[in-house]
Write a protein that binds this ligand. Structure first.
Ligand code: NAP
Ligand code: F7E
Length: 326
C-alpha cells in the first residue's frame, strides 16, 4: 500500500485529493495546523474524516514537518497548504511569505533531511504569470507575479525546481489555473457569487457587491484538477505542467451564468464597489494545457456552465437548510 502526506488537507484541493487517493487505496496522512475551532468540515462533507490520519503541524514550523515526514514515511508528499487568498496577501504579506513561500522550503528540507525518497508535488499557480505579455500562458511563459501571494509562490516554485536539479529529487510543480467547487472558500469570487445567488433567490440577500468584474479567468473544476496532481507523480521523470481548461471568461459572464441558472438577471443585483479593487490586478489569465494532455493524458472534463450550476445547486441546498433550521 502506498502512503501520501498532504499539507492543506483541510482545504478545497486537499479534501478532493485525499478522497481520490483513498479511492486508489493509499494510506492518507494530512498535516493539521492548530485552529481554535474545528477545520475538517470539507473532509466531513466528503465523508472521509475517519479514513485519513491527521498529524498536528504547521508549514511555518520546520520541526513539525520533519516529524510528519518521519511518522508518515510517505511515498508521495503533496504540498497544498498555503495562505491562498490573493486579497489577504496585501494585508498579511509576511504571513503569506512565511506560509506560502518559506513553508515550501520547510517541506523540501524535511524530506531531504529525513533521507526520504518521497516524490514531491508543489501547488504552483497561474498567479505566477501575473502581468504577462503572452495572451496564452504555457510552461515557457515568463513569470511576472502581481501580489505578495504570487511572489511567495514564485519562491516556492523555484525552490522546488532547484531541489529537483540539486538533489535529484522527484519534485514537480503543477501550475494550476483557477479551479473551483462547492468546497471553495467563500472569499473567492465564484463561491461569493454562487452563495449570493442562492441567498438572493431565497429572499435573504438584496445585492452583491463585487470588485473588478471585467477580470478574466480560466476556471475549471477542482475535482478534475487533483487528478492531474496525482498523474504528475506517476510519470517516469519529474516535470512542471500547466493545468487549465484553455478557455477564459470574465467575472461578469460568470455572474450571468450563475444568476440565469435561477432565472434572474445579474444586472439587477450586482453593485461594483471600487473598494473591492485590488492594489494590483491580474487582468487576464488563459492557460495552454497541451503538455498535460500530451504527457499526462489529462484534460479538463467539466465546463464552466456545469461547474457554476453545480455550485449554485449546492449553495441553494445549504442555504435552504440554514433558513429552515434543519
Ligand atoms: P485553500 O482551500 O485555501 O486551502 C489551503 C489549506 O492550507 C488549508 O487546509 C489551510 O488550513 C492550510 N494552511 C494554511 N496555513 C497553513 C499553515 N501555516 N500550515 C499548514 N497548513 C496551512 O486552498 P486550495 O484552493 O485548496 O488550494 C490548494 C493549494 O493550491 C494552495 O497552495 C493554493 O495556493 C494553490 N492553488 C490554488 C488554486 C485554486 O484555484 N484553488 C490555483 C492554483 C494554486 P486552514 O483551513 O486550517 O487554514
Ligand atoms: O479572484 C476578481 C478579482 O479571489 C478572481 C486563488 O485560488 O486562483 C485564485 O486567485 C478575480 C480577480 O481568485 C471580486 O479581482 C472581482 O481578478 O476568485 P479570486 P484569484 O485571485 O484569481 C489562483 C490561481 C490562485 O492560485 C489563488 O490561490 O475576480 N473579483 N470582484 C473578485 N474577487 C474576489 N475574491 N471577490 C470579489 O468581490
Amino acid at each position: 500500500m502506498k502512503s501520501a502526506l498532504i499539507t492543506g488537507i483541510t482545504g478545497q484541493d486537499g479534501a478532493y485529493l485525499a478522497k481520490l487517493l483513498l479511492q486508489k487505496n493509499y494510506e492518507v496522512y494530512g498535516l493539521l495546523p492548530r485552529r481554535s475551532t474545528p477545520s475538517i468540515w470539507r473532509l466531513q462533507f466528503l465523508g472521509i474524516q475517519e479514513e485519513v490520519r491527521l498529524i498536528a503541524g504547521d508549514l511555518t514550523d520546520f520541526s513539525s514537518l520533519s516529524r510528519a515526514v518521519a511518522l508518515a514515511k510517505p511515498d508521495e508528499v503533496y504540498n497544498l497548504g498555503a495562505q491562498s487568498y490573493v486579497g489577504t496577501s496585501w494585508q498579511q504579506p509576511v504571513l503569506t511569505a512565511q506560509t506560502t513561500g518559506l513553508g515550501v522550503l520547510h517541506v523540501l528540507e524535511a524530506i531531504r533531511l529525513e533521507n526520504s525518497n518521497s516524490k514531491f508535488y508543489q501547488a504552483s499557480t497561474s498567479e505566477l504569470f501575473g502581468l504577462t505579455e503572452d495572451p496564452v500562458q504555457s510552461e515557457s511563459t515568463l513569470f511576472y507575479p502581481r501580489s505578495p501571494y504570487g511572489v511567495a509562490k514564485l519562491f516556492g516554485h523555484w525552490m522546488t525546481v532547484n531541489y529537483r536539479e540539486s538533489y535529484d529529487m522527484f519534485a514537480c510543480c503543477g501550475i494550476l489555473f483557477n479551479h473551483e467547487s462547492p468546497l471553495r472558500g467563500m472569499e473567492f469570487v465564484t463561491r461569493k457569487v454562487t452563495d449570493a445567488v442562492a441567498r438572493i433567490k431565497l429572499g435573504i440577500q438584496k445585492e452583491l457587491r463585487l470588485g473588478n468584474i471585467e477580470a478574466k479567468r480560466d476556471w475549471g473544476f477542482a475535482g478534475d484538477y487533483v487528478e492531474a496532481m496525482w498523474l504528475m507523480l506517476q510519470q517516469e521523470k519529474p516535470d512542471d505542467y500547466v493545468i487549465a481548461t484553455g478557455r477564459t471568461t470574465t467575472v461578469r459572464d460568470m455572474c450571468k451564468i450563475a444568476f440565469s441558472h435561477v432565472g434572474l438577471d445579474y444586472e439587477d443585483f450586482i453593485v461594483v464597489d471600487p473598494n473591492l479593487y485590488r492594489p494590483a490586478e491580474v487582468e487576464v489569465l488563459l492557460g495552454n494545457p497541451d503538455k498535460a494532455k500530451r504527457k499526462l493524458g489529462w484534460q479538463a472534463r467539466t465546463s464552466l456552465q456545469d461547474l457554476i450550476q453545480m455550485m449554485v445547486e449546492a449553495d441553494l441546498e445549504r442555504v435552504r437548510k440554514e433558513v429552515s433550521g434543519k
